[in-house]
Each structure stands twice: as C-alpha cells, then as structure tokens.
Design a binder for this molecule. Structure first.
Ligand code: FAD
Length: 417
C-alpha cells in the first residue's frame, strides 16, 4: 500500500467499522478502512438484535444483507429444567424493528465490508495498524501489509473499530479490566438435521445447563446450527479430554440437546474463547473515537455485542461528521454517556442472569404481560428507550419485580399448604 491521506481512517472492517465508514462516506467525506485479516474470516457473535437493524439501515446495508437469505430471527427462547419462556420481539414495548437475523459472521461481515467497497471506500485487507502518532486531531498511522511492507496513512480523524484487537487502548495503555468475572465459551457449528421437525429455527434458544452455565443454540438458514457453552472456567476444568471431547460430553449431559445433536456432524473443530471482557475509562480522545467491542463488551448472554457495536459506531459517525464540519463536540455527554447507558442497562441484565434473579422473572408461573413487553424491548436491544422503566431504572425495576415474585410464591405456597 502507498502512503496515503484520508479524512477518516477506520480501523477494522467488522460491523462497527463498516457501519461507521459507510455513514461518514455517505456524508461526503473520504474514508479509508484497514483490516488486519483477509475476509471472509471467522468471528463469533451470530445472533443479532432488532435494534442493530436501524444502524444497518442508515449505513445502507439492509438490501445487501436481505439478499443473502440469512435466517430471520423473531425472538428469544429461554429453557430451564423443562420450563420454557418465549419472548417475541413483535410484542415489545418500544416501537422499532420486531425481527432481525441469525448470521454466520464470516459471510455477514464480508457483506457489509463489500458494501463499503461498492460505495467507493478503499478497504485494505491484511493490513495491520502498528503505530499511531497524533498531532492535535491529525494523525499519522503506520500500517504493515502481509509481506511486512510498512506505509503511512494521514487522517483528520480515526474511528477505532478493531474489536478484540483494541488497537488504540493497547497502543496508548488505556485498557482496564471489566467489572465482570472472566468466563469461557466452548462452541462449534453443527449440521442440524433434526431441527425443522423438532425445534423452530427462527429464534435463539438459551438453555440453562447448571447455575452460571448456559448454552446458546443459533440456527442458520444453511441448516447449520451454532451451539456454544458459556460458564466459569472451573466448570469446564472438571471435564477431561481435549476441547472436542469435553464438548461432546457436555452435549450428552444436557437432555435438551443430547438427542438433537449427539450424532451431528461438526463443521469445524470445537473452539474456545476466554476472558473477553475489557474496557477503558474514555471512549474518545483528541482525533479518535472508539466503537464496538473496543468500548466494552460484557458477555454473550443477551446477544448485545453486534448491536452495541453498530449503534455505538452509528452515533460516533454522526459526531465525527459534525466534528469535520467544524462543530465543537462534547464527547463525554454526546458519546460516552449514551454508550455507557446502553452498556449499563445490559450489565444489569447480565448480572441478574448470572445471580439467578432473571430466572425468577423468566420462569414465573404468572407473567404480567405489560412488564414482559418492557423486558422484551431490552432483549430486542432497545436499551436507549428511557420511556421504558426497565431501561431507565433497570436495576431497581428488575430487583423489585424479583422480590414481588418471591413474595407471591411464599403467599401461594402458604395458601396451598
Ligand atoms: P469485530 O467484529 O471483532 O471486528 C474487528 C475487526 O478489527 C476484526 O476483523 C479484526 O481483524 C480487525 N483488527 C483487529 N486489530 C487490527 C489491527 N491492528 N489493524 C487492523 N485491523 C484490526 N454478539 C452478538 O451480537 N451476538 C451474539 O450471539 C454474540 N455471541 C458471542 C459469543 C461469545 C463467546 C463472545 C466472546 C462474543 C459474542 N458476541 C456476540 C460479541 C461479538 O463477537 C462482538 O461484540 C462483535 O463482533 C463486535 O464487533 P466489532 O465490529 O466491534 O469487532
């Protein structure tokens, strides 16, 4: 790659980088994307939430994604000890999309990245950022291609959408650990011959396996299904054998999955991911903004990753455009606070999932339909709707509801005794 100049350099061609690049390009600015890997590349994060559709729509990606025929997703199903709790996005409190997709990310991310190229954005694959020097908001970034050749990119602004690569936090020592305990995931893609006769494919199923250990089941339109176990590392350490042997034992040990997947063909060797939560104090600085996973990725339980990635980059793109027009931006108020508001709403639900509070709510015998609609909006990713008390006062409302359900159970038990 030649030394070059651009208005905005975007690091990473994941959903966060692509959405930001497209929105800024549509506003008439020069954008360049650099991506460390060659696409299509594997990345986990396959179940989307309806709120991300708004970001994909603004970026101009929806038609290209629709044309791929990915599995449509209409809700989320929670399963525990034979009990089932179904959420349908069409029932949600917040006005917005009532559906989304379940996607093999290699193909999905390539689709978004190709849209960017078709919009005239130069996208350099196999090009890794190794250094950035800031001079005020202007920057000179050094990138290295697959043959080890270095070149520079001068930019007026940088959007860091490098996901787990965390380019700017690592280069400038901004990283700090997340408040969540480290967790581990063991997962695979399998040919799911029995799913159409036994289980509906049009939603994610989340099975509680043991306290603190759960399984995702995410069918794709190709007949392949993604199945992953998530839990604390000590849970997995009890099992002997390599990753595939442990995974096979886990499938056998879960009655809800054993019959469906015991002889299913694996599409690749079982994979492991561990300790993915990380964050920084500030998601912006002079001449740059962090988007997507580089801000804070909490936990996979509510499929929030791609939604937080695309919504943060949608917001960041609007601010970058205003900045390039010469406006003064209050990044703390206009970016950091809204991003953290979404992250913290999800944090309430993630913590309440792992401490068992949500179990009481999801599997309560009597469900209040109005409350269910409000929780459904959170599960659909509408975590910026402050009209929804289960967003605005998420922790208070979730814990109050759990206490009411506890009391109701005691009254019912006494009445039955
Ligand atoms: P990425 O998709 O990771 O893209 C970042 C890109 O930057 C990569 O392509 C990378 O190669 C590139 N890059 C990195 N370093 C450099 C560099 N130095 N120079 C140039 N390029 C670079 N999310 C969901 O929405 N739904 C789910 O069901 C879900 N399940 C998950 C399960 C697990 C076990 C985990 C750990 C996460 C899950 N996630 C899920 C989260 C999801 O993976 C991420 O939130 C999402 O991929 C973030 O998108 P992004 O664009 O920020 O980053």
């Amino acid at each position: 790659m030649q030394n070059t100049k651009t208005d905005v350099l975007v690091i990473g061609a994941g959903p966060s980088g692509s959405v930001a690049a497209a929105i800024i390009k549509k506003a008439g600015y020069d954008v360049t994307i650099v991506e460390k890997l060659q696409f299509p590349r594997f990345v986990i994060g396959e179940s989307l939430l309806p709120r991300c559709m708004e970001a994909l729509e603004e970026a101009g990606f929806l038609n290209a994604v629709k044309a791929k025929g990915f599995q449509e997703k209409f809700g989320a199903k929670f399963v525990k000890d034979g009990m089932i709790c179904d959420y349908f996005f069409a029932d949600q409190f917040t006005k917005g999309y009532s559906w989304t997709w379940q996607v093999p990310r290699a193909e999905f991310d390539l689709t978004l990245a190709t849209c960017c190229e078709e919009m005239g954005i130069p996208l350099h694959y196999e090009t890794t950022v190794t250094d950035i020097k800031f001079n005020g908001s202007d920057s000179v970034t050094t990138v290295v291609d697959k043959d080890g050749n270095a070149s520079t990119i001068e930019a007026k602004f940088i959007v860091d959408g490098s996901g787990y690569g965390r380019v700017i936090p690592k280069l400038f020592n901004l990283d700090k650990p997340s408040s969540l305990p480290g967790r581990k995931a063991l997962f695979c893609h399998m040919r799911d011959e029995k799913r159409l006769t036994v289980h509906e494919p049009n939603r994610i199923t989340i099975v509680t396996h043991k306290p603190g250990v759960w399984i995702w089941v995410i069918p794709f339109s190709s007949g392949i299904t993604s199945v992953g176990y998530v839990g604390h590392p000590e849970f997995f350490a009890q099992y002997e054998g390599n990753n595939t042997e442990v995974y096979d034992q886990l499938i056998q040990d879960e009655p809800y999955l054993a019959e469906r997947f015991k002889d299913a063909e694996k599409i690749f060797d079982t994979r492991v991911l561990e300790s993915w939560s990380s964050t920084t104090d500030k998601f912006y600085g002079e001449g740059f903004v962090l988007t997507g996973n580089v801000t804070e990725f909490l936990d996979p339980i509510f499929s929030s990753g791609v939604t937080l990635a695309t919504v943060s980059s949608q917001n960041a793109a609007h601010l970058v455009i205003r900045k390039l027009k010469g406006e003064e931006i209050n990044w703390e108020k206009e970016y950091m606070e809204p991003v953290m508001q979404g992250v913290n709403t999800f944090r309430t639900y993630v913590n309440s999932w792992y401490d068992g509070t949500l179990d009481k709510i999801f599997f309560a015998k009597k469900q209040d339909e109005e409350i269910k609609k409000k929780i459904c909006s959170v599960l659909a990713g509408y975590v910026w709707d402050l009209e929804n008390p289960f967003v605005k006062r998420s922790s208070y409302e979730v814990h109050k509801l759990a206490r009411i359900l506890d009391m109701r159970q005691i009254i019912d038990e006494e009445a039955g005794a």
